[in-house]
Structure formats: structure tokens, C-alpha cells
Write a protein that binds this ligand. Structure first.
Ligand SMILES: Nc1ncnc2c1ncn2[C@@H]1O[C@H](COP(=O)(O)OP(=O)(O)OP(=O)(O)O)[C@@H](O)[C@H]1O
Ligand SMILES: [Mg+2]
Length: 308
């Protein structure tokens, strides 16, 4: 299946001379949830803004559903819903009017029933006649989501969708996003909550200083980089890893006081039982044992700092 969004050689240098994106290639698959991770200023919003036609690229091309985003702007934009990072709404309008207007902007025929369902799913129905300025921050963000979905887009960009949203609502939002994916909507989200990417994404892209440094299947990424460590804090220092333990992949720390065993989190067997049996048999005494899990967060931090 051809990618729903195809980005090739995309660069953006702002008027200030700042290169916010450098030669980014990315293909987004139909129906996937892609999470874009990256530190502040990495270029995530710039990338999204270009695909949505809000920022002009300096070089490169983007096609949405096979159409160029610049020469076929209206057609491609109509396929996209965008929840921007910055909340922008008319303070004096009501929730209902805001969402209705948004649907109309994309030339969709009026469908109050659809909008009612949408507001209900987003727990906004009881606020439909409330003016935007009287909503809380989390409610405003949900209205932004309702606006983005008002014209039933096939692709949804969520730029920091859950910033400032409480834990319970965040769970609701994840459920909503999953529901959309089940209906075939392609979702691209940026987030600073690694757990959000871990929880939601099919693939993870990492952007750092304007470069897309990695795009990978989440499960693969976690399996290839996700390792666990078991550390045995020894009662007495060792000069070397005892011969009897040589079949295990062990590292001895410099002070000789800890043996570190690294194993795959996704492996069938961890090897811990046989390691501990051999440790016992070799009369190596330990006073404590700690395990350490490499999370997506650690993977992400190591990727970004490696290239700092
Ligand atoms: N209109 C602009 N003019 C000049 N520089 C800009 C403009 N917009 C963004 N930048 C710069 O481009 C870089 C990337 O910004 P961008 O908003 O894309 O980052 P981001 O990854 O979305 O960050 P955050 O996680 O903080 O939202 C930043 O250094 C920013 O200062
Ligand atoms: Mg941003």
C-alpha cells in the first residue's frame, strides 16, 4: 500500500536563518499511529505545520494521498485534521458554534448529529453553549480536538494533545485516539510524555535538532534496545568474574563489588534462574540484588544525548 503521507528531502530554514528541519525523509503508513518524539525546539511542530500547509518548506516535497501539498493544497488539507500545539479559538464563540464553523470551513455538509456525537465522546456536550473563554485549559484542548475532527479527516495530527490535560482525561483521549485508529484514521502525534508514545504508538520517530534520527516500529525498538539489567551487589569484592560463571554474560564493575547481568526483556528465557544457581554453586555471596529496566524514556534519552 502506498504511504498516505510521503515526505522527501524536507528542509526548513526560517527567516532568521535558523535551520529547523534538515533533509527529512519520512513515509507515513495508512492507519498507523506514529509518535514523534524530540526535545523542545527539535522541529516537530515545524514538520507538522509544513504538512498542514501553514509553513512553507525551504526544500523538499510532501504528498498527502498522492497529491502535492502545495499545488493541491485544498484537496490535501481537507484530508487532514490538526490539533495545534497553541490553542487558538475565538474567545467569545460557544463550543457548538466553534465546532460547527470548523466543519463548514472544509465544505462538509451540515451534520448536527455527527457533531453531537463528537462532543459527547469528548465529554463536551454539557458545555456546548459555553463560550470558549469560560472553559478550562483541558476543555479548550478538547474543543481543539473536536474542531480537528469536525470534518471527518482521514489523517489527524495531534501536536502535544495531552499537555495540561489531567490523568483521567488523558486516558479518555487515548481511548478516543484508539477508536479513531480502529476506524482507519492515520494519526501522527507529538508528545513529551514518553509513556504516551509507549502506550499508543505503532511506530516511533525521533527528531533531534531538525534531523529525523530514527523511525522504527515501537515493538522492535523496545525489543532491540530494551534491555534489563540485574545487578548483584557482592559481599566481598572479586578480582575477576569467576570461571564457574563464565558462561553467563556478566560484567564486573571496576570496584569489583557488583556483577551486572544484562538480558533481553523480550527473550523467552531470562537466564536468571541458572545464573543464580551458578552463583550459589560458586559460593559467590551477594548482599543485595537490583534490577533496572530500560524504558522507552531511557532509549530516547540515550539516542538524543548520543548526538548532542
Ligand atoms: N516562525 C519561526 N521563526 C523562526 N524560528 C522558528 C519559528 N518557528 C520555530 N522556530 C524555531 O525552529 C526550531 C524548531 O521549532 P519547533 O516549534 O518546530 O520545535 P518543536 O520540536 O515543536 O518544539 P516543542 O517540543 O518545544 O514544541 C526552534 O528552534 C524554534 O525556535
Ligand atoms: Mg512543538
Amino acid at each position: 500500500m502506498p504511504p498516505v503521507i510521503s515526505i522527501a528531502g524536507l528542509s526548513k530554514t526560517y527567516g532568521t536563518g535558523f535551520a529547523a528541519l534538515k533533509n527529512v525523509d519520512l513515509e507515513i503508513r495508512k492507519g498507523e499511529i506514529l509518535a514523534l518524539l524530540g526535545p523542545n525546539g527539535a522541529g516537530k511542530t515545524t514538520l507538522i505545520s509544513i504538512v498542514c500547509g501553514l509553513v512553507r518548506p525551504s526544500a523538499g516535497t510532501v504528498t498527502v494521498d498522492g497529491h502535492d501539498i502545495i499545488s493541491a493544497f485544498r484537496a490535501t488539507r481537507a484530508l487532514i485534521g490538526l490539533v495545534p500545539q497553541e490553542l487558538t479559538t475565538d474567545a467569545f464563540e460557544t463550543v457548538w458554534a466553534t465546532v460547527k464553523l470548523s466543519r463548514g470551513l472544509f465544505g462538509k455538509r451540515r451534520d448536527d448529529g455527527f457533531l453531537e456525537k463528537l462532543l459527547k465522546v469528548l465529554s463536551l456536550w454539557d458545555k456546548k453553549d459555553t463560550r470558549m473563554m469560560h472553559l478550562s485549559g483541558g476543555m479548550k484542548r478538547r474543543v481543539m480536538i473536536a474542531k480537528a475532527l469536525s470534518h471527518e479527516p482521514e489523517i489527524l495530527f495531534l501536536d502535544e494533545p495531552t499537555a495540561g490535560v489531567d490523568v483521567e482525561l488523558r486516558q479518555d483521549m487515548w481511548a478516543l485516539v484508539r477508536g479513531l485508529r480502529e476506524r482507519g484514521v492515520t494519526i501522527i502525534l507529538t508528545t513529551h510524555y514518553i509513556e504516551e508514545a509507549e502506550e499508543m504508538a505503532d511506530r516511533i520517530g525521533v527528531i533531534n535538532k531538525g534531523e529525523l534520527i530514527l523511525v522504527q516500529d515501537k515493538a522492535e525498538l523496545m525489543a532491540s534496545l530494551g534491555k534489563k539489567q540485574l545487578t548483584l551487589l557482592l559481599a566481598e569484592p572479586l578480582a575477576a568474574v569467576p570461571e564457574a560463571l563464565s558462561r553467563h554474560k556478566l560484567d564486573l564493575t571496576e570496584d569489583g563489588l557488583s556483577l551486572v547481568y544484562t538480558y533481553e526483556t523480550h527473550g523467552e528465557r531470562t537466564g536468571i534462574t541458572s545464573l543464580l544457581q551458578d552463583v550459589n554453586a560458586a559460593s559467590v555471596r551477594f548482599r543485595d540484588l537490583v534490577t533496572d529496566n530500560s524504558s522507552l524514556e531511557e532509549i530516547f534519552v540515550s539516542l538524543v544525548t548520543e548526538r548532542a
